[in-house]
Design a protein around this ligand. Structure first.
Ligand SMILES: [Zn+2]
Length: 101
């Protein structure tokens, strides 16, 4: 490993051997913030889809979502419509991140 440099395959960022914790999880930590990592595109897609769902459901607030779900279950609407809305609410809950809380 003498003289080798740890390099990100997505952006080319290099970590010289002298970097603290070189070879440990420095690359794992970098991937979380690397602008060119494919995960950034996936995150952007999730944000787009979430925002479309918020527009359909009408809210992103957890308490409001609980209320919408409760009302939807009581509403005399076709089961398929209820299921679609409840699934959308569930998707909003499951894709909520710390940043959105
Ligand atoms: Zn990178």
């Amino acid at each position: 490993m003498e003289g080798r440099v740890l390099t990100c395959v997505y952006c080319g960022h290099e970590y010289p051997q002298e970097t603290p914790a070189w070879g440990n999880n420095v690359l794992t930590e970098h991937i979380k913030v690397c602008e060119k990592h494919p995960m950034r595109q996936a995150e952007a897609t999730i944000i787009t889809l979430r925002s479309a769902l918020v527009g359909l459901v009408g809210s992103d607030d957890p308490k409001t979502l609980d209320g919408i779900e409760a009302a939807m279950r009581l509403l005399p609407a076709p089961d398929a419509d209820k299921a679609a809305t409840i699934n959308a609410i569930d998707a909003l809950r499951k894709t909520r991140t710390a940043r959105q809380s």
